[in-house]
Design a protein around this ligand. Structure first.
Ligand SMILES: Cc1cc2nc3c(=O)[nH]c(=O)nc-3n(C[C@H](O)[C@H](O)[C@H](O)COP(=O)(O)O)c2cc1C
Length: 368
């Protein structure tokens, strides 16, 4: 064997070693999802349709279809379309306040979907039961440790904790703090961490803290397989972390649900719009309820406008802070491979550090 071939053989044995260590760390998540890696592709309305979802599942991750505001028959068609593109497991994300929530869950049952993720609020025990009665595993988002415990008690089979760094609708607490608050204590069900994840080393650190796996959204938007408009992808590639800002509420009487998106003309206009509406209410031209409804409707259809039509100035560019780590369009398989390689190199560096500490600890003859 030449030096080069023996080095190559050693390198591949090392890589297998760190891969099996990583596999052990996310075993609970892989078993739960039925996948090669415990990386969920976070559902993104308009973005996570059949192409991106099947590409993530085919590459060894777990794609999740975003139902968003789809009607039950549209969801049925999208699930069938996804099944035509992959024979690997994938999930469906439904919004808790969707008026046809029960029918959407029934569609998932009819289509044999294995995992249903409920977003947009805490699902009731009845909703979780309906999902499980249909034979699927039920997942929900836990904003606190107490809520997580309650969801697990009410039947959630797994939880997602999502920090404020994430794209889309966000809570107030950072991913690192949520992870430290919840992961060491909530062991009843697998917990997946989301928000701000752009590199494999970060995945590793959450797994070591007790996560079963992770959920990644923003990093997958510029996947080659993603159908988002080229303008939407270009906006992600150009943006830095600080461009992904939460929407601002300017008056507590008119609540605004915080959404993290890239700042653009629409986000600037939203501030002026709120001011105009509030002035109209204060001067009696408009009722408070009408004002609230106007503010609520400002963003209606805005995500579609940006993702599908490519209107990146007047649409909503929902994106997480990890957008700064999105630098080019890449196939899903490459994104996943990159994340795994980064996690494995971090494991290798730790092993090397541990070995050098062992060497330092060993007494030398001269020292005796
Ligand atoms: C464009 C976009 C749309 C999103 N739409 C949804 C959605 O419909 N339902 C949902 O539960 N989460 C949604 N999210 C959140 C993602 O599923 C995921 O949890 C989040 O992106 C993870 O954080 P990251 O962006 O930092 O990776 C969306 C995120 C983005 C960027």
């Amino acid at each position: 064997m030449t030096d080069a071939t023996s080095h190559a053989a050693e390198a591949s044995a090392q890589s297998r070693l760190y891969r099996s260590r990583l596999d052990r760390l996310w075993k609970r998540g892989r078993d739960f999802l039925g996948t090669r890696t415990a990386v969920m592709g976070g559902a993104m309305s308009w973005v996570s349709e059949r192409h991106l979802v099947s590409a993530i599942s085919n590459a060894g991750g777990f794609g999740v279809l975003a139902c968003g505001s789809m009607a039950p028959d549209q969801l049925a068609a999208e699930i069938a379309g996804t099944k035509a593109l992959t024979d690997k497991p994938f999930g469906v994300n439904v919004i808790n306040m969707h008026p046809a929530l029960d029918q959407l869950i029934d569609v998932c049952r009819e289509q044999g979907v294995g995992h249903v993720v409920v977003a947009g609020g805490l699902p009731s025990a009845a909703t979780l039961r309906r999902i499980k009665d249909g034979g699927a595993k039920a997942m929900a988002f836990a904003p606190t440790l107490t809520a997580g415990r309650r969801l697990a008690k009410h039947g959630a089979d797994a939880l997602v904790i999502e920090g404020t760094e994430a794209g889309g609708h966000i809570g107030p607490v950072s991913t690192t703090v949520l992870a430290q608050e919840i992961l060491p204590d909530l062991r009843e069900v697998p917990v997946f961490v989301a928000g701000g994840i752009g590199r494999g080393e970060t995945i590793l650190s959450y797994l070591e803290l007790g996560a079963a796996g992770v959920q990644v959204g923003t990093r997958f938007v510029c996947a080659t397989e993603c159908v988002a408009h080229p303008n939407f992808k270009q906006a992600f590639i150009r943006a830095s972390a600080r461009d992904a800002q939460p929407s601002v509420q300017i008056d507590p009487r008119f609540p605004v649900i915080p959404v993290r998106a890239l700042a653009n003309e629409a986000s600037k206009r939203f501030m002026e719009f709120q001011r105009d509406i509030i002035a109209k209410v204060d001067s009696g031209i408009m009722s408070r309820d009408e004002g609230m409804l106007e503010i609520e409707h400002f963003w209606a259809g805005a995500l579609r406008r940006a993702v599908i039509e490519g209107d990146v100035e007047n649409g909503s560019l929902m994106a997480g802070q990890s957008v700064g780590l999105v630098t080019r369009e890449q196939p899903v398989a490459d994104i996943l491979a990159e994340l795994i390689a980064q996690a494995e190199s971090a494991l290798a560096r730790r092993a090397m550090d541990a070995a050098s500490l062992d060497l330092m600890a060993e007494p030398t003859v001269g020292a005796l």
